[in-house]
Design a protein around this ligand. Structure first.
Ligand code: NAP
Length: 243
């Protein structure tokens, strides 16, 4: 049974990803920061259907908290076989309104967290010559989103980190890939008005918005053993919004 750590698994894309890995027979480690009750409810749901699931609370923007989280996983099961760096925040602001604090918080949560988690996950993956790392970027990291410069910069950084790390770890049996979702209905996009969502839907070639399931399916695919020749790639899950 593989051990799969999913950051930001209390809701949205992370929670749906946890469901798919659990159905796949993996043991899932549900990381959350503030939404402990939601993560616990998900754990109970998964365990009730016969899956193995644990909750692990840590603020992934804090390197010390990340270190503790990985120490716990290592003590209990020898380390994560699969790491899904999904936790993230978004913020819509004019560039000129972005404060130092906004910038730092965005970069710490959406980019540095990926560095911290990969850094802690890799030693045991390298020892075992096996690992799957899937980072969750965004199509705005590929093309840049107006009024989301700090978010776009962080998500573009995730793509750069993914590509570089993939080349470094190729011989270690570890693949590093990322998914770049388009507009997905979750609490993150609940801040947008229905008019904005309709406009984004109309701009999407499939004429639909994405679901957490769409993204979770792509993550699971990249984590499969049979995906071992796919590394350093950015898989768009965006209905053709960015091609
Ligand atoms: P969401 O529903 O807002 O969920 C975000 C998750 O991240 C929550 O589980 C939250 O946990 C966790 N999180 C936030 N800060 C954290 C921290 N410091 N430490 C640990 N966990 C933290 O968002 P979502 O839509 O599912 O987004 C998931 C990922 O997909 C994000 O990286 C996002 O940027 C990316 N994405 C989303 C979309 C979209 O349209 N929804 C599009 C492109 C990319 P707590 O509540 O426990 O803090």
């Amino acid at each position: 049974m593989r051990n799969v750590l999913i950051t930001g698994a209390s809701r949205g894309i992370g929670a749906e990803t946890a469901r798919l890995f659990a159905q796949n027979g993996d043991r899932v480690w549900l990381n959350c920061c503030r939404s402990l009750q939601k993560a616990e409810a998900l754990r109970q749901e998964l365990c009730a259907s016969g899956a193995a699931a644990e909750v692990i609370q840590a603020d992934v923007s804090d390197p010390e908290a990340v270190r503790r989280m990985f120490r716990t996983i290592e003590e209990q099961c020898g380390g994560a076989d699969v790491l899904v760096n999904n936790a993230g925040i978004a913020q819509t602001k004019l560039f000129t309104d972005i404060t130092d604090e906004d910038w730092r918080r965005m970069l710490d949560t959406d980019l540095s967290s990926v560095f911290y988690c990969c850094r802690e996950a890799l030693p045991s993956m390298i020892r075992r010559k096996y690992g799957r790392i899937i980072n969750v970027s965004s199509m705005w990291g590929q093309v840049g989103g107006s009024c989301e410069v700090h978010y776009s910069a962080a998500k573009a950084g995730v793509i750069g980190l993914t590509k570089a790390l993939a080349t470094e770890e190729g011989l270690s049996g570890i693949t590093v890939n990322c998914v770049a979702p388009g507009v997905i209905r979750t609490e993150m996009t609940a801040m947008l008005s229905e008019d904005d969502m309709a406009a984004l839907r109309d701009e999407t070639p499939t004429g639909t918005l994405g679901t957490p399931f769409d993204v979770a399916r792509a993550i699971l695919f990249l984590a499969e053993d049979s995906s071992s020749f796919i590394t350093g790639q950015v898989l768009g899950v965006n209905g053709g919004f960015v091609v």
